[in-house]
Design a protein around this ligand. Structure first.
Ligand SMILES: [Zn+2]
Length: 304
């Protein structure tokens, strides 16, 4: 039922059928880490796609709930962010998302978020474009000022009705009275076991259906309209940055390699190498709040 309005997307399958999975496209064993080389490519790019992941938000203090040390109570996000978990224990899943919403509402954009937004605004005046394709569900890119934003995993600040499908922006804190002061992450906290009629409900006329966070749960497909827009950007960009993502969640993990397969330069910014590093032209290791501001700063050739 939760999936009834979600189109099945062939993008992932199409990507997997291309030759990018057969091996690295680069002749050299390692990507280039020379910032001045990257800056030359950056200065000529007209359409820049920036793919961001949890690492960008982690630098703002937003936890990913992926690692062993980042559990909410005794669970990682994949245990809670699933259609099955929401059907079985909607109260527990809403507590988890309430906690994440409140946390995200209280965080500020990082240096990386700000560098991306500043770059978009600056390049726009020069007739150049920047699009952010993000896996993050918080609102920090928007808060930083990014305008051209594709949120492929949905938004913590939106709800979707499981009955009528209505999607609405919702930044209320708390989202409903029953969740006030709930959602504490400590391992010894018991479930609040909120009755389902006290959880967030649809405000559309005569509906009152149960709301869920408008995020893509594990095992669900992405929104087809967003993916079509992503595909357009992947086909038209002439430079791609892959920032703060471990490149293990599909299909997003294939976006960078897919772009690289067109011969377009792709630069990875991450604290570590990833399974996809070998496909890319550039790799800059370190906190993206340190590397990105240098990479995206005004180039001497830019006229404003
Ligand atoms: Zn509804």
């Amino acid at each position: 039922m939760l999936l009834q309005n979600r189109a099945v997307i062939a993008l992932g399958l199409r990507i997997c059928s291309t030759n990018v999975l057969k091996g690295p496209l680069m002749d050299t064993a390692r990507p280039n880490s020379d910032m001045s080389e990257f800056r030359k490519v950056f200065s000529k790019a007209k359409h820049i796609a920036i793919i961001t992941g949890a690492g960008v938000s982690a630098e703002s203090g937003v936890p990913t709930f992926r690692g062993e040390h980042e559990k909410w109570r005794k669970w990682q996000s994949q245990d809670l962010a699933s259609p099955e978990a929401f059907s079985r224990t909607p109260s527990r899943v809403w507590e988890f998302y309430h906690y994440r919403r409140e946390l995200a509402l209280n965080r500020k954009p990082s240096a990386a978020h700000l560098a991306i937004a500043e770059c978009e605004a600056r390049l726009k005046k020069q007739g150049r474009s920047v699009v952010v394709i993000t896996q993050c569900t918080d609102d920090l890119h928007r808060q930083a000022g990014s305008k051209h934003l594709l949120k492929i995993h949905g938004s913590l600040m939106e709800t979707r009705c499981v009955s009528c499908g209505h999607v609405a922006v919702n930044k209320r804190s708390p989202i409903c009275a029953a969740l006030k002061d709930k959602g504490a992450p400590d391992a010894d906290v018991a479930d609040a076991q909120i009755p389902v009629d006290k959880l967030p409900r649809c405000g559309e006329r005569d509906c009152r259906g149960l709301l869920r966070p408008n995020v893509v749960f594990f095992g669900e497909t992405m929104d087809s309209h967003i993916l079509t827009k992503v595909e357009e950007q992947m086909e038209t960009c002439d430079l791609c940055l892959v920032v703060g993502t471990s490149s293990i969640v599909y299909p997003a993990a294939m976006f960078g390699p897919q772009i690289a397969s067109r011969g377009v330069p792709v630069a990875e910014f991450n604290t570590n190498t990833t399974p996809k590093t070998e496909y890319f032209t550039f790799h800059f290791q370190g906190p993206c709040g340190t590397t990105l501001p240098q990479a995206l700063a005004q180039h001497e050739s830019e006229s404003i």
